[in-house]
Design a protein around this ligand. Structure first.
Ligand SMILES: *[C@@H]1O[C@H](CO)[C@@H](O)[C@H](O)[C@H]1NC(C)=O
Length: 241
């Protein structure tokens, strides 16, 4: 039994550290070129998910359900379903700040995303709703902040432990939103909505909806960093920390 465990452990280590090629290249905290490369390498190796390590697929990333309440006079609630987000595997490293005293990291990446799904526009005031397909194309900067600590596993290997994250998002450009023809017609033909239609075309609304989607997607991105930290030694991530 001990022998079998040792063999399994060996196989397992071989997979993590050489067979697939390493998931990461260790970088100095201020070496932007290296950090860009290791980000790309990590995303290439993990974007389809690695179930053994609890690394989840992020491209495409599916969000089953997202509800956004708009504070307007129609009491609008946007219900998004089956959002299919593509493009997260091509995230570009943008910035990283690490505070080794406070043990915290701020990591920013930039992503060009395509999102397709269904939306129901619920107008609470009128007890009415309209449904149809929805697409969005946009670029965002996603920023994840988290604390970390160190943990030594039962083989004496030191790992990062990634704490709970806070995620924020900034849009880089004007997201392009397209509604399915039925939904567009229904909104166009509705007498009351005709006057209010401009509300739904507001740029800041599209940006805030896009950012809510990005923030939700980045929860899985950070989950994968946390999962990788559990299997990869601390030394695989950064040099000289
Ligand atoms: C998500 O979109 C991609 C690209 O269009 C497609 O290949 C994939 O099948 C979609 N996934 C789901 C679950 O709809």
């Amino acid at each position: 039994m001990v022998y079998l465990s040792a063999v399994l452990l060996l196989l397992y280590s071989t997979c993590v550290f050489s067979d697939e090629g390493s998931l990461l290249t260790p970088c100095k905290v201020d070496d932007t070129a290296c950090l860009s490369k290791t980000t790309q390498q990590f995303l290439e190796k993990t974007s389809h998910g690695i179930p053994e390590y609890d690394i989840k697929a992020i491209d495409p990333l599916i969000i089953n359900c997202l509800e956004i309440v708009i504070s307007d006079d129609l009491k609008t609630v946007l219900h998004y379903k089956n959002l299919n987000i593509t493009g997260l595997k091509n995230q570009q490293f943008s910035d990283m700040k690490m505070d080794t005293n406070a043990k915290s990291v701020v990591l920013q990446t930039r992503a060009d995303l395509n999102i397709v799904g269904d939306v129901t526009v619920e107008l609470g005031k009128m007890q009415k709703s309209f449904s149809g397909t929805y697409t969005l194309k946009g670029t965002a900067l996603g920023t994840s902040s988290y604390g970390y600590s160190f943990r030594t596993d039962d083989k004496g290997v030191e790992h990062y432990e990634v704490g709970p994250e806070t995620i924020s998002c900034q849009t880089v450009n004007e997201p392009e939103v397209t509604l399915g023809p039925e939904l567009r017609q229904a909104i166009d033909q509705d007498e009351i909505l005709k006057e209010k239609k401009e509300n739904f075309k507001r740029k800041d609304l599209h940006k805030s909806v896009f950012c809510k989607m990005v923030e939700k997607a980045y929860v899985t991105v950070v989950h994968n960093i946390r999962a990788a930290a559990k299997v990869m030694p601390k030394s695989a991530f950064l040099e000289g920390v």
